[in-house]
Design a protein around this ligand. Structure first.
Ligand code: FES
Length: 170
């Protein structure tokens, strides 16, 4: 399972900067959590503690909120989120074969992340684009008429881009 070490001081500094425009009003909490999840792709404990303290919300209430909304993740997610639709229309158009291939080729099951932290696989219900199924949403972008071959190509491209990014930063 993917392990992520967070540095509390660093997270606090990042959140101070990122959330400076907020009023610290309780009505903002969902938006704040969405912003945090957009940044980290999940909600680290350090970030929840930060929000609880700054918005004066008990931690139990924080957990109620983040567990109520399915979109929030308390588990580390990868750099890229692959959401495969398993609604009826996508199911009959062979989405389960794509799921099998993703699980087999990358050693992850639904809601798991590759050891290198690059990909998280999630299955979702109908996303309203049945005619173009099977649908795969990659980092929020919907791609239709998906096949195992297309998914393989997309993943190879993302891996290559990541390698180039790492090489550039070295
Ligand atoms: S079933 Fe997949 S978009 Fe509707």
């Amino acid at each position: 399972m993917l392990q992520v070490e967070m540095n509390k001081k660093k997270v606090d500094a990042e959140l101070d900067e990122m959330l400076a425009g907020y009023e610290r009003d309780r009505t903002e909490v969902i938006m704040v959590l969405q912003d945090i999840q957009d940044k980290y792709n999940w909600l680290p404990q350090e970030a929840l503690t930060y929000v609880a303290k700054n918005w004066q919300i008990p931690m139990t209430d924080m957990y109620h909120i983040v567990t109520f909304y399915k979109a929030f993740s308390l588990k580390p997610r990868g750099k890229h989120i692959l959401q495969l639709c398993l609604g009826t229309a996508c199911h009959v158009r062979e989405a389960p074969f794509i799921l099998d291939a993703l699980e087999r080729d990358h050693g992850i099951k639904n809601r798991e992340t590759t050891d290198d932290g690059l990909f998280t696989l999630e299955t979702v219900n109908c996303v309203g684009a049945c005619a173009q199924g099977p649908i795969l949403i990659i980092d929020g972008q919907m791609r239709g008429n998906m096949t195992q071959t297309k998914v393989g190509g997309i993943i190879r491209k993302l891996r290559k881009a990541h390698k180039e990014e790492v090489a550039e930063n070295e």
